[in-house]
Design a protein around this ligand. Sequence first.
Ligand code: MG
Length: 501
Amino acid sequence: MLSLCTLWLALGPSLAFAGSPGVVLFLADDLGYGDLGCFGHPSSRTPHLDRLAASGRRFSDFYSASSVCSPSRAALLTGRYPTRSGIFPGVFNPSSKGGLPLNETTIAELLKQQGYVTAMVGKWHLGYGLNGTYLPIHQGFDEFLGVPYSHDQGPCQNLTCFPPDTKCYGKCDQGVVLLPLVKNNKVVQQPVNFPKLTPMYNYFARDFILRAAKKQKPFFLYYASHHTHYPQFASADFTRKSERGPLGDALMEFDGSVGQIMKALRDAGVENNTFVFFTSDNGPELMRRSRGGNAGLLKCGKGTTYEGGMREPAIAYWPGQITPGLTHELASTLDILPTIASLTGAKLPHIKLDGYDMSDILFNNRKSKRDTMFYYPISPSKKLGVFAVRYRQYKAHYYTQGSTHSDSTPDHACHWDSLLSFHNPPLLFDLEADPSENYPLSSFDIPNYSWIIEEIKKKKLLFELGMEFGESQIERGDDPNLEPCIKPGCTPWPACCIKTE
Ligand code: MG
């Protein structure tokens, strides 16, 4: 008779866990590679994430698929480069006509087919559209509580001067509706009560988990926090509590949410049967000095194809299942959908995917199936193609460009006025020897230099031959009448879209 262990080795995790594990996906916003305690930040206080990292798998070489919000989130939920789904250039506005196309298959839709109950809480940023056409409840989520876009995309009630009596930094978007809180497909609060937002999300998420466990239903929770996107804020329990100022407070509140959701899993008796994954959507915003995040030793941040723009902290946690420790294997947000499909026995959609099942890294300490990562800029085009390619430990930059989002770092290469530059031959770095991309290699440094360049060139060519750009959803344009409003059709627009409690 086969022992359990032999059975495990024979079947692999996907079949051995046919008992439908819970899935919790935490996403931070604009949180950098160097922002967490467990990734080396000396004054961040992130005890709950640090605990997950200590007994789970921490990734040193994990990438998002874009250096800004909307395309990165599209890739996370679909396992496809956002060029395929048309989420470019840039990000969605409150008045955008487009959204993540409804025929794209999200993780939530895969899991619905497996009998899961699904919920999303937090920042969506994959379109709102006519009467909320593109909201999460139309993309596989049974329930949604959150804000449909970034919280600086509306007049944001003095948050740029938060905490009160501090210097004001920047401004939020004017001339659009106040920030809405949406429940399923209905605006339930406008403007959002910022200091109470995270406690409300935590309550919603806990309630969802407890309800699912009580009904013995497998569940998927996607918790996409607005922290630590600009402008920074936190509820009363966290304001002025960190040693890192407003960003530290926001991060501490995010970490506290992780702690509360983990407690909910324990209280529901499902922690040992839940796959938990944490990462961030893109690199830190480096345009507001210490009020933005930190990319650690990586170059530049948000908006760029340097490492700081797209390499993210990531942690996988599943007590008793995941091999604890650090992995240097290459992985990406693109790999989360295929991994969850493998763990739950869900069928992959019949469509071109860009992700790989990470089970070998998580459970078997084996090599990653991924050996390449492609870096598109925030305004990708067929003409220029990918800006950079990572193959094994080598990264070749064909184009480099700075960004306003990385404007306050001392490194001038990150700034908006470092204009588009073409590199021929490409700038080549060994990211293991030089993760900060400080010292381009040449034939003087490594004898097989040209062999590596040739190999990367082949990978790039093959990838680009297989890349079909979707119709741009963001270039479909804007219509102010589409902005979410608690009193639809009211006048004078947009000032009438307000309901105070
Ligand atoms: Mg972001």
